[in-house]
Each structure stands twice: as C-alpha cells, then as structure tokens.
Design a protein around this ligand. Structure first.
Ligand code: AMP
Ligand code: GLY
Length: 422
C-alpha cells in the first residue's frame, strides 16, 4: 500500500498525541497539522490555518492530496468541515454537522437520550425568569446549570448555593433566551471514547479526566487537568452496562440516520455507587487530555483504525491494545482557566524518558516556537507530561518526574492526578 498523507486539524495536546500515533504508523508517509503547536512541528509539518477556518482547511487537504483528515476539536465539525471534505471526496475522521449537534446542543443531546431511553440526568429547560424558582424547588441541591453553548467544559456551574444557582440561571437565560437546570448525578466520572461508523464500533480503554483546576477536585471546571487509563472504576461489569445501555442504542440510532456518523463519540459518564452508568455529556470528538492516555495504549496501526472509521468499515477492524497504563499531568498557565498568561519562555530539562516499552514524554498544547526558536507558552493548557508504565503507579511516577524538570513562570499543575485509582 502506498504511504498515506494525513492532515490533523487542531493544535492541542490531543492533536499532538494523534500526530505522534500517526507518525509511528508504517502506513503513513506524511503527517500535516493545522495549526499544530511546537510539539507537532518537531514530528510533522505545521500549517498556519486556524482550526476554525473550514474553507482553508478543505483547500489545504486538497492541495496536499490527503488520504485522511482527522479532526480534533468540535468547532470545525459543528461548522461543517466533515461535510465539505466528504463532498470533496476526502475521507474524514469526525462527524458531519448533523452528528456534531450531539455536542453542539446539550438540549438536542438530552432529547436524543430521552427518546432512546439512555440513562442520563433529568432537566428543566427554562425560558422565562418565572420558571426559575419552581425548577430549583424540583431538584435537590447541588444544582447543575448548563448554558447550551460550546464552552469547552467550562460553561457549567455546579453549586449548592441557591442564590448562585439562581444567578447562573438568570445570566444564561439573558444571554441565550433559555438555560438548562440539570439534576445532579453523584458518583465517579469516567470517559469512554467510542470509534464508530455505520458498520460497527470499537471502544478505547476507559479513562478518567480531572476537570477541576485544584487538588482534590476543587475550584472551577477546566478543559481537563490530567487523565489516566485504564480507569479501574470501569470494571468489566460496568463496561458491559455502558455498552448495552448507552453505546448500542446510540449506535443503532446513529446508523439509522440519513447522514452517517464516522468518528469518535466521547461518552462522559457518571457511575453511581451501584455501578450503574449515566451519561453526563456526549462529545463528538476525542477528549483532551483523555486522548493523550488512550492513543498510546493502542498497539496496532493507528492510521488503519482511523481510516477504517472514516471509510465506514470499522466493524471489520480489530485494533489491539497493550496491557500498560498511562497517566498524563497538564501544566497550565498562570491564571488558567479564567485568564491565562501567555508568551512566557518554557524551559524543559528532560523531554523524554525511555524505559523499555514505557517511558515518559511531553505532549505539547499551548506552545509555539518564536522566530528565534525559543519555546514559549501560547495557551491556557500549555503542555502535559505523559507516563506509560506497567501499572498506574509507575506511569504516574514517570509523568511527575518529567514535570519536575519544567520551568514556566506562574504555571500550575495538580499533584494528585490518578488519586481515585491509586
Ligand atoms: P459538561 O460540560 O456537561 O461535561 O459538564 C462539565 C462537568 O460538570 C462534568 O464533567 C461534571 O464534572 C460536571 N457535571 C455536569 N453535569 C453534571 C450533573 N448532572 N451532575 C453532576 N455533575 C455534573
Ligand atoms: N476532557 C474533557 C473533554 O475533552 O471534553
């Protein structure tokens, strides 16, 4: 088979992880990334197009003669990148606009789940200030307030303070004309990344993100401060429930739709004390930082897997996984998540620990090289140290020993990634 040319869209840690996996594939000749980051520029070719510039990305994929485009973030999918690539005859990993509505609209996702009988929290859709009090009365605290906008995991307020919940509802109502109050789900969260198309689906090892900025899950929600896989909270029994109650009905429904869903369905789960899973959210893409800990656990060819999804044949594909564990720790800029400080120099003492089949390496996210070659921060989540080891404990030690050698003024990271499993 001729060596493939692949374009990865996006510029975060997720895209660096995908790029590294694709570069390692014997089927791949060239990997291009738009816009990429300093890390992707070390192993692939970056192109200065933003992930939101759908027209330019289609033009780039055509001019490069791409065999496959892998879309990282949800924005371009919601904006129709997959539809346009498909129309241009270029296989795309990532769903069209219709499928992307599962992430683009929380209300649509909720209605879909309710129609299919998929376990999830109840909601009130509030479209008048007069409904706020009775809705708050209806659910016990803590209250979960969600605006129906793409907010990268940061548009949700969870609070036991009725005044704060009421304010968040009023603010959302004023901004968007309606706002959602969701029933609180208790338990432990986990993420399942399902690669699917009309022919079938494949689940990657379950992972667990750490959404709060502070140690012990405190402070505001972020895009994710660290993750590990496999997540032991997803036992074989839980996994079977997730498959039968959530993945199968969703897959049956998606394959019955006019436009075909080909990409990753990220299932954000809450697993209660009885081991019953509920959907917190769907995303229509890989998670970040979940990708950084799941892609390295795939031991078979990543390109073949992604291409099989993009061409509708994943049902006859059987990827292989290693028995290793992976853990990643995100280094965030000063002020993240509210107002991250950018443009500061980053010093990396050790970039790689090679250790048999495992080791540790850096996934870049908000980084770039200045014209003089200096590495500087350019985003809220700057980079992540990822360790791969025979067990979670060793993966953790490897990740933190890399982190110890990184200097970025004012930056912060959580020192308790993996605490629920260790
Ligand atoms: P979302 O953007 O819907 O993924 O929400 C972001 C985060 O808020 C989730 O990862 C949870 O930690 C929390 N969250 C959202 N909905 C709920 C809920 N119904 N019950 C408990 N926590 C929730
Ligand atoms: N880590 C959460 C997300 O990717 O949405």
């Amino acid at each position: 088979m001729a060596e493939a040319t692949v374009l990865v869209v996006g510029g975060g840690g997720r895209e660096h992880a995908l790029t590294m996996g694709l570069v390692a594939s014997p089927s791949v000749g060239e990997v291009h990334v738009a816009p990429g980051n300093a890390g992707t520029s070390l192993v692939a070719t970056n192109h200065p197009f933003s992930a939101g510039d759908v027209e330019s990305l289609v033009g780039l994929a055509q001019s490069l003669g791409c065999d496959l485009v892998v879309v990282g973030p949800e924005g371009p999918l919601v904006d129709g990148l997959a539809d346009k690539l498909t129309a241009a005859g270029i296989p795309c990993f990532g769903p069209h606009t219709e499928g992307a509505k599962l992430e683009g609209s929380k209300l649509y996702a909720k209605q879909t789940m309710q129609n299919l009988g998929i376990p999830t929290a109840g909601i009130h859709n509030i479209n008048s200030p007069s409904q706020i009090d009775s809705a708050l009365d209806d659910f016990a605290p803590p209250w979960v307030v969600k605006r129906d906008v793409l907010a990268g995991g940061k548009g949700v307020v969870v609070t036991s303070d009725r005044q704060e919940a009421s304010q968040a509802l009023s603010d959302g109502l004023q901004a968007d004309g309606f706002v959602l109050l969701e029933e609180f789900l208790s338990g432990e969260e986990a993420s399942m990344l399902i690669m699917l198309d009309e022919s079938g689906w494949v689940a990657l090892p379950a992972s667990q993100d750490h959404k709060r900025v502070g140690e012990g899950d405190t402070g505001p929600n972020t895009g994710g401060m660290g993750a590990y896989a496999p997540a032991p909270v997803v036992t074989d029994e839980v996994r079977e429930k997730v498959y039968s109650r959530i993945v199968e009905p969703m897959h049956e429904w998606l394959r019955s739709q006019d436009s075909l869903y080909r990409g990753c369905l990220y299932v954000g789960l809450m697993i209660d004390e009885l081991g019953d899973p509920y959907v917190v959210e769907y995303n229509v893409r890989f998670g970040d930082p979940e990708t950084q800990v799941t892609i390295p656990l795939i031991s078979s060819d990543l390109y073949e897997l992604l291409f099989s999804v993009a061409s509708g044949t994943v049902g006859s594909h059987s990827p292989e996984f290693t028995d290793a564990s992976a853990l990643t720790v995100v280094l965030a800029a000063e002020g993240y998540p509210d107002s991250p400080r950018k443009g500061l120099p980053i010093s990396i003492e050790v970039a790689l620990i090679a250790n048999g089949d495992g080791g540790a390496f850096i996934h870049h996210a908000g980084t770039k090289h200045e014209s003089g070659g200096e590495l500087v921060s350019s985003g809220g989540r700057v980079l992540a140290c990822t360790g791969i080891g025979p067990n979670l404990d060793e993966a953790r030690n490897l990740a933190y020993s890399l982190m110890d050698g990184i200097i970025l003024e004012g930056s912060h990271y959580r020192s308790d990634i993996g605490f629920r499993a260790l």
